[in-house]
Ligand binder design. Sequence first.
Ligand code: TYM
Length: 337
Amino acid sequence: MDKKRILSGITSTGKLTLGNYIGALQNFVKLQDEFEMYIFVANLHGITMPIEKEVLRNNIKTIVALYFACGLDPKKANVFLQSDVSEHSELGWILTCNTTLGELQRMTQFKDKSAKAKASNGTDFIPTGLLVYPALMAADILLYDADYIPVGADQKQHVELTRNIAERMNNKFGPLFKMPEVYTPKVGARIMDLQDPTSKMSKSAKNEKGVIFMLDDAATIQRKIKSAITDSDNLVHFDPENKPGISNLMTILSAITGDGLDKIESNFSGKDYGVFKQAVADAVTNLLTPIQERFQTLYNSTEVDNYLMAGAANAKSVASKKLNKVKNLVGLNYRRK
Ligand code: TYM
């Protein structure tokens, strides 16, 4: 039987965080033995907001090296840059034309990001790309007839929209696209900021103290976790509503070690927060240190360029067939039905 397909990507807008790892990257690596994988750097999504070209280049290079440093195996997974497979942009346009303004304006990420953009530059400068981005994301997914999309909770709404677009196109033009399903981790679909545990840990957070970056050194990780905002109960108990800080640290520990939340509660019963935070800090450091060592070698290796070329060639052979079918059914190839 053919393997089911997985597709996902990470946008090249900033330094990757522990949230990106737990919510997405960790799953890419876990799933690669069982599924046919298409994992890309979403560098076209990375230009929806203005970005310096040197920063963009470095972000892309860093994500690629981190993908492999985290354990993606080029023999198992097709890893590529979104911009190397031009079918993404072409299908993105066709889907944009089959999406409504209302649908795009309702996306939570658009509302948040456009509000932030307004607040930071004080003008109405909101790049169009920020609005139409989910149609490009739908193209990323639908080009490959992907079965499962491993993402964190914040991307669920975009996958839902993708399903709606797919259904609309299928109804209008005949069977074109497979319905993708979202795949989120049971624990860790939404890792929170350490300084503001009611907000998502984000690449673009203003205060870096609340964010663990995958390339933070051990001392920085220890410092950030020890100064994470908690409460004064001194009770390690999972209650995201009333104890968001402690619950977030428990989630991080659980996602990394595989220990259940109950087990963590009992392991730390009667112990104070200092001991608990030390355990979380050690788990994160033990996870990230070997990844960072492999990253150093991969960052400057030209070998990864070969992996990307091979990944893009495989991706393109799937994507071009699908795009052709779409062009035929939509009527763009006037000689073909
Ligand atoms: P991006 O780059 O914002 O995030 C990459 C992945 O990390 C997850 N994530 C988190 N998970 C848990 N806790 C957090 N604090 C956290 N922060 C981020 C995200 O949910 C995501 O899975 N639009 C996408 C990239 C993309 C894509 C696609 C994904 C483009 N095309 C097609 C899947 C399929 C994005 O900007 O993710």
